[in-house]
Design a protein around this ligand. Structure first.
Ligand SMILES: [Zn+2]
Length: 81
């Protein structure tokens, strides 16, 4: 399952969440309990497929383009970190 990164636009709290690709995005901030949680689009490991930087990326997070194509994700380090 991919990690998703969220940040609260109200209090600035950020978190990462391991979610299934079909899971709905979180909207409620666990810190301030406001529905101001925003899903961030992070640099995607899947976008880097073929570049050979798996395990060397600054970000372990994947964005929606990753979940849109399952076959590249099979080679993504979705179990690491
Ligand atoms: Zn908050």
């Amino acid at each position: 399952m991919p990690f998703y990164e969220y940040r609260c636009s109200n209090c600035g709290h950020s978190l990462t969440k391991l979610q299934s690709m079909s899971a709905p995005a979180l909207t409620t901030c666990p810190e301030c309990k406001q529905e101001t949680l925003v899903k961030l689009i992070s640099a995607s490991n899947c976008d880097l497929k073929g570049v050979g930087v798996f395990g060397n990326s600054k970000s372990p997070f994947k964005n929606d383009s990753c979940s849109a194509s399952k076959s590249p994700c099979a080679s993504c380090p979705n179990a690491s970190n």
